[in-house]
Design a protein around this ligand. Structure first.
Ligand code: B12
Length: 626
C-alpha cells in the first residue's frame, strides 16, 4: 500500500501545473487574474473512458488515469480525484457495498449495521486494511507520484456516516428519543473510525493541510438547524480537534430553506473556516451577490456551485449565462472559485464542453451576458422547485360519525390530532387508549384524528412550514396509535384501504423520500410493503405476483437510474401484469412519467397519498383489468 507504482498507463502526457497554480492563487487575495474552476465528475470520467464501474472504483491506476485523461480531453483546470466519498468508511466497518457495471457503488443500508447500543458495543475501531481504504490511500499515492501535487482524501463526515450505519430515519428519531445513544454512535464514528483513518492519511501525506469531508445528509430541510449544530457540526468540530484542524466539511445544502440565511452560513464557516461554499439550486434562489457580500465582509473566499441539473439538461446558452453570472459576481476582489457540481454518467459531453467553453470565453473577455444577473431575484426563489400540480382533494374524514360525539369526546379527538401533528408518541398512545375506553368508534379515531392529523402534516410539509424530521416524528406517533387500534380493527373486520408496494429502483439507494411516502401512506390507512432499495424489474414482478398490491410506487433520485423505471413498467406490460405503477423522486417530472407510461407522478409524499387514493378509489386498476 502507498508504495511506488510501476504502472501500465502512460502518465507522462499530463501536465496540470498551470491549473494547480491557478487554484492555489484563487484562495489568495489579489493573486489570481482568472477564477479557477473545479468539478465533481468521477462517474463522468468512468463513462468517458468506457470503463466498468466495478474495476474503475477498485483499481487505483484505472481511477487516476481516467481522471487525468478526462480532465485533459475536456480542458479542465485540474482533474477531479474525488471517489464515491460516502462509501469507503462505512464499508470498512461492515456496511454492505453494492456495485454496478455502469454506476457509482453505493451502501445498501436496508439492514442497518447498528440498531442498538449492543450492536455498537460489538464494533471495533476501523481496520485500515479493510474495504477500499487501501484503494483510497493508493489513489492518493499514485496521484502524488504522477502529478507532484499533494492529494486530498475525501471522507464521509460523521453525520452522513451515522445515517449509513443506523439509517436516516432511525438517526433522526433517536436524536429526540435517545440523544445519549446517538452521541455514542457519533463519538465512535468520529474517534474510532474517521480520526484514525484521516490521521493515518496525514501521516503518509504530511504536507496535506486540508482534508475535505462530504456531509449531504446533514442538510436542511432533512434536519433542523438545531440538530445540525448539535449532531453534525458538533462532531465535525470534534474531528477537527482530533486531526490538527485539517478536516473541513463544505457541502451542506438547504440555504434557501431558512428565512435568514446568515446564521446558517455562520454554522457553515465553523465546519469550514477556509471559505464559504454555496451551491445551486440554493445559490440561485438566495442570490450569489448575497453570498459574495457575506464572505467578503469576513475576508473569506467564496465558492459558487453550478447546478448539476443545468449542467446535465442544458441548454448551452443557459449554462453559459449562469457560469458568466457567477464569474462576474465573483470577480471584484478576487478570492473565488467556481464549482461545477457533478457531471454524471448521463451528462452529455457537449454540455461539459459548453461549460468549459463558457469559462474560457469569459476569461478571454467575451462577456455577452455582462450585467445580467438573475440569481436572488423574486423569480429565482422557486428555481428547481417542482411546479406543483393542483393538489387533489384529500379524502375527507367521515364527519357524520364525529358529529354524534360528546364535547369531551370531540376534545379528545382534537388532543390526539394535536399529539400526532406535534409528533408526541406517548400523548398519542394515551389519547387513543382513552378513546377506546370511552368507546369512540374505531373509524372515527382513525379517520377523524390519526389520518386527519397526517393530512395536516402533509399539507404543512408541502407548504414548507415543517421539515423532514417533524414529518418523521408525526408518522411514528401515528403508527403507534395505529398499532393500538389494529387488533380492534381486525376484530371488527375493518380492512385497510389497500396495499401499496414501494421500492427504490436498481442502482439507486436513496430511500429517505420513499420511506416518507411509505409512512404517509400508512398514515392514510394503507398497508405498505416496502421492498427496499436497488430493486430490479424481476424482483418487482415476483413480489407483485405474490402480493397483488393495489398500487406500486417507484422512487429514483438519480438521473442515471430513472431509465430503470421505464424498464420496470415495460416488464410489467410485457408480462401482462396490470398493476398501476406510480413514480416519484426529485429529478422526475410529470412529462417523464407520461413518457414512460406510468399511471401517475407525485412530487412529494402528500401528492403520493392523493394519487394512491385516486387509483384505489377506482377499485384498483389491476383488479378491473384482470
Ligand atoms: C441524502 C442524499 C444522499 C444520501 C442518501 C441517503 C439515503 N438513505 O437516502 C447518500 C449520501 C447515501 C447519497 C449518495 C449518493 N448521491 Co445523493 N443526495 C442526497 C441529497 C442530499 C438529498 C436526497 C433526499 O433524501 N432528499 C429528501 C427527500 C425527502 O426528498 P425526495 O427523495 O425527493 O423525496 C420526495 C419526493 O421526491 C417524493 N417521492 C420520492 N419517492 C417517491 C416515490 C413515489 C412513488 C412518489 C409518488 C413520490 C416520491 O416524495 C418525497 C417526500 O416528499 C440530494 C441533494 C439534494 N439536496 O436533494 C443528493 C443527490 C440526490 N445525490 C446525488 C448523487 C450524485 C449521489 C451519489 C452518486 C454521490 C456520489 N457522487 O458518490 C450517491 C449515489 C448512491 C446511489 N447509487 O444511490 C445527486 C443526484 C444527481 C442526479 N440528479 O442524478 C444529488 C441531487 C446531489 C447533487 N446535486 O449532486 N446521497
Amino acid at each position: 500500500m502507498t508504495g511506488f507504482f510501476m504502472t501500465k498507463y502512460d502518465f507522462s502526457e499530463f501536465d496540470f501545473s498551470a491549473g494547480y497554480k491557478l487554484l492555489e492563487d484563487g484562495f489568495e487575495a489579489n493573486r489570481a487574474d482568472q477564477i479557477p474552476f473545479v468539478q465533481q465528475c468521477h462517474e463522468f470520467n468512468m463513462h468517458h473512458m468506457g470503463y466498468n464501474a466495478r474495476t474503475f472504483y477498485a483499481d487505483p491506476e484505472q481511477f487516476v488515469y481516467g481522471a487525468l485523461k478526462t480532465a485533459k480531453d475536456f480542458g479542465f483546470d485540474t482533474p477531479d480525484l474525488c471517489w464515491d466519498a460516502y462509501n469507503v468508511e462505512a464499508e470498512a466497518i461492515g456496511c454492505k457495498l453494492v456495485t454496478f457495471d455502469d454506476l457509482t457503488p453505493a451502501i445498501d443500508n436496508t439492514t442497518p449495521l447498528v440498531t442498538s447500543e449492543k450492536d455498537l458495543a460489538r464494533l471495533k475501531p476501523v481496520d485500515l486494511n479493510a474495504g477500499r481504504i487501501p484503494f483510497a490511500m493508493d489513489v492518493s499515492s499514485l496521484f502524488r507520484q504522477v502529478t507532484g501535487v499533494e492529494p486530498s482524501l475525501v471522507y464521509c463526515a460523521p453525520f452522513s456516516l451515522a445515517s449509513h450505519v443506523m439509517t436516516f430515519e432511525e438517526l433522526v428519531l433517536q436524536m429526540r428519543d435517545n440523544p445519549a445513544y446517538v452521541h455514542k454512535v457519533m463519538t465512535y464514528l468520529t474517534d474510532e473510525v474517521l480520526a484514525p483513518y484521516i490521521n493515518e492519511f496525514c501521516r503518509r501525506f504530511p504536507k496535506v493541510t486540508v482534508v475535505p469531508g462530504s456531509d449531504a445528509v446533514a442538510s436542511l430541510p432533512f434536519i433542523s438547524m438545531e440538530m445540525l449544530e448539535e449532531f453534525a457540526l458538533g462532531y465535525i468540530e470534534r474531528l477537527r480537534s482530533l486531526t490538527d484542524n485539517k478536516t473541513i466539511v463544505d457541502n451542506w445544502w438547504g440555504d434557501s430553506y431558512v428565512e435568514d440565511v446568515e446564521p446558517f452560513w455562520e454554522l457553515k464557516l465553523r465546519a469550514n473556516p477556509n471559505y464559504l461554499k454555496v451551491q445551486d439550486p440554493d445559490l440561485y434562489r438566495v442570490g450569489a451577490q448575497k453570498a459574495k457580500d457575506f464572505a467578503t465582509a469576513r475576508d473569506l473566499p467564496v465558492m459558487f456551485g453550478v447546478s448539476n441539473n443545468l449542467l446535465m439538461q442544458g441548454p448551452e446558452e443557459e449554462i453559459e449565462k449562469r457560469i458568466h453570472e457567477y464569474l462576474e459576481i465573483s470577480e471584484p476582489g478576487g478570492r473565488n472559485l467556481l464549482y461545477l457540481c457533478n457531471f454524471s454518467a448521463q451528462t452529455p459531453p457537449e454540455f461539459v464542453r459548453a461549460s468549459v467553453a463558457a469559462i474560457q470565453k469569459y476569461r478571454q473577455g467575451e462577456r455577452p451576458w455582462s450585467g445580467q444577473h438573475s440569481s436572488g431575484s423574486p423569480e429565482a426563489k422557486n428555481y428547481e422547485k417542482i411546479a406543483k400540480k393542483e393538489a387533489a382533494v384529500p379524502v375527507a374524514a367521515d364527519s357524520s360519525k364525529i358529529s354524534t360525539l360528546s364535547e369531551d369526546q370531540e376534545n379528545l379527538l382534537d388532543e390526539i390530532f394535536d399529539s400526532v401533528v406535534d409528533g408526541l408518541d406517548e400523548e398519542t398512545l394515551d389519547g387513543v387508549n382513552r378513546a377506546l375506553s370511552q368507546n369512540i368508534p374505531l373509524n372515527t379515531v382513525l379517520d377523524g384524528a390519526l389520518i386527519a392529523a397526517m393530512e395536516e402534516v402533509g399539507e404543512m410539509f408541502s407548504q414548507g412550514s415543517i421539515f423532514v424530521p417533524e414529518m418523521l416524528l408525526s408518522a411514528r406517533a401515528m403508527k403507534g396509535g395505529l398499532e393500538i387500534l389494529r387488533p380492534h380493527l381486525t376484530k371488527t373486520n375493518a380492512k385497510p384501504k389497500g396495499l401499496v408496494m414501494l421500492a427504490t429502483v436498481q442502482g439507486d439507494v436513496h430511500d429517505i423520500g420513499k420511506n416518507l411516502v411509505g409512512m404517509m401512506l400508512e398514515g392514510a390507512g394503507y398497508t405498505v410493503c416496502d421492498l427496499g432499495v436497488n430493486i430490479t424489474a424481476d424482483e418487482m414482478l415476483e413480489k407483485a405476483r405474490e402480493l397483488k398490491p393495489d398500487v406500486i410506487g417507484l422512487s429514483a433520485l438519480l438521473t442515471t437510474t430513472m431509465p430503470q423505471m421505464s424498464k420496470i413498467i415495460k416488464a410489467f406490460k410485457q408480462a401482462q401484469e396490470p398493476f398501476p405503477i406510480i413514480v416519484g423522486g426529485a429529478p422526475l417530472t410529470q412529462e417523464f412519467a407520461d413518457q414512460i407510461g406510468a399511471d401517475g407522478y407525485g412530487a412529494d409524499a402528500p401528492e403520493a397519498v392523493n394519487l394512491v387514493h385516486q387509483l384505489a378509489a377506482k377499485g384498483g386498476n389491476w383488479k378491473q383489468r384482470a
